[in-house]
Design a protein around this ligand. Sequence first.
Ligand SMILES: *Cc1c(COP(=O)(O)O)cnc(C)c1O
Length: 234
Amino acid sequence: MECIKSNIENIKTKINNSCKISNRNEEDVKLIAVTKTVDIDAINEAIECGATDVGENKPQELSRKFEVIGNKVRWHLIGSLQTNKVKYIIDKVYMIHSIDRLSLCDEIQKRAEKIDRTINCLVQVNISKEDSKHGIYEEDALSFIKTIANSYPNIKVKGLMTMAPNTDDKELIRSVFKKLKKLSIAIDNENIEGVSMDELSMGMSNDFEIAVEEGATFVRVGTSIFGKRNYNKK
Ligand SMILES: *Cc1c(COP(=O)(O)O)cnc(C)c1O
């Protein structure tokens, strides 16, 4: 308990420091507690310690936890999303961070329409072009977003998301975040109807301070709150 509490406090202090350095308003940065593999008790502890947003990357896991915890927090689907899993989360998520192909948009549109909801979505961009990463390439983002705006009325694009390369090279990480910010400004300047670029989801345990300095509005932090993940635990 103490541990999760102090971890969250530490992270918030660091976020606030990064805001000061970069002249940003700390209210513009929201912490998503990434709860994949974390059990319900620990999630509830985090909520008692002020967590307002949680992130999961497995649809069924999100669904199972939502049934217990409910709308006390906002649920974010942060990992790559298989089309046939959309049905588990469509009525539960506050935001999907990983829109990266039209076949996924088709399914979200169909399911969202059925329950008469619009779904907040972020387009995942693979800035570093690593094969292992999901997301569309920078140069394809604008036309992709225009297509969504034109053809998917129940999908609301709210911004962009990226994953930094897994490296100790801080300047490389920073350059990826800078590119995502620059891309979001370029897309915002197009004034596409129904599209906003208010949100930038970037930064994890290892790099969230850099992400905040470069304009993140959502940071997704798991390990630094809950400790190392145990993938075998059920
Ligand atoms: C697991 C995960 C995170 C959190 O990673 P940590 O290093 O544990 O903070 C953030 N974003 C995504 C998409 C993830 O899958």
